[in-house]
Design a protein around this ligand. Sequence first.
Ligand code: PLP
Length: 439
Amino acid sequence: MPAAAHFYPQGAELQRKNYIGRKVNKTELHIEPKAFDLEKIRRDFPILGLQVHGKPLCYLDNAATTQKPQAVIDSLVQYYSSMNANIHRGVHHLSEVSTKAFEDARIKVKSFINASSEKEIIFTRGTTESINLVANSFLRGRFEDGDEVIITGMEHHSNIVPWQLFDSIKKIKLRIVPVDDNGELILDDFEKMINEKTKLVSVVYVSNSLGTINPVEKIISAAHKHNVPVLLDAAQAIQHIPVDVRKLDCDFLAFSGHKIYGPTGIGILYGKEKLLDELPPFLGGGDMISKVTFNGTTFNQLPYKFEAGTSNIADAIALGTAIDYVAGIGIDAISSHETEILEYASAKVAEVPGLKIIGTAKNKSSVLSFIFDNIHPHDVGTFLDFEGIAVRTGHHCTQPIMDRFCIPATTRASFAMYNTKEEVDILVRGLKKITEVFN
Ligand code: PLP
């Protein structure tokens, strides 16, 4: 028994060390993009062949979640049919295979966002959990009463509520960067908002309700002049534009697997190693510890310090597959296709009588939000559904920006790499029909 008790944890330790910091053969994980072939891409996504209410599915709700290519679906099936075992702690074959696949997925994420080390890549449940992780670690390690966090007027609720949850423990003041009528940040006074109480700037990279691509480089360099770290909510950036954390020099970056053609329930927190090292863990439990006694606990090395309990192994591996898939198409090619679709759609919807676009920033990505004076967005969404068109209606978890525009909700069409101009035409025909019916 004593021998086994010694052997087992050492085995687990060895298994970890094999993966973190190991030299990876670059060609092993590097994927060269192929030519952008829209028809082939559409064939890769089985759900796009569905009929809805007797009409071909026209899926334009990609900001809510993206559809999954067959490779991602296969990855989940393959994991559960040939690899399923708990990771890091086992010395048997299946555990080693699943540990390798899990840690390879981490390396794929690292390469995709150009992080310096796998230690900087934390698996979470998604953007929401990633932001909550930073908020809670700051609460334990850095915040004092009256400290300030700067966010913007166009944040998703997941970058507002976590900071407000501490109210009964510590009072954190939120300072808000205002938004102009086009949906662009007014940055004139941004630097003046930073003071000795500012502990973090936490901003959305691409707005999910307006489509604005924020000038985050400018924000980061201004914040860094005052030694304030910056967290980027990249939930709507990672699938649309190249994201290079070293070039951006952001301190944290959060995204969700399901927005980038991967599964739900898995996401990433990137953090600079030095900062992650300094911060205390968020959740306690198995895998995040080095030694536990009833008197206290020492924590595991990065990234495990922030990954308590059994991870979402299958979905992490499938996220790696999704990243391979996106890398195989090429994020630049995806970005230019989506820009073409957005420009086409923005011009086409202008033909629809009474339609007003909300969010007309110069630099936009993949989101077209709009309202009618006399038709409620929910009626628009329901009507379009009968045409087989999936759009999102509501406040998109961004109620403060709806208040800013004095509207309760919008209808939002959001585009992905597989959308076509024909689908935009279908949307516009549907919208014209609605105006005929309602007027
Ligand atoms: N931030 C933005 C900009 C989003 O669009 C979303 C989801 O729509 C989130 C955060 C939250 O993502 P999740 O629900 O996957 O955690």
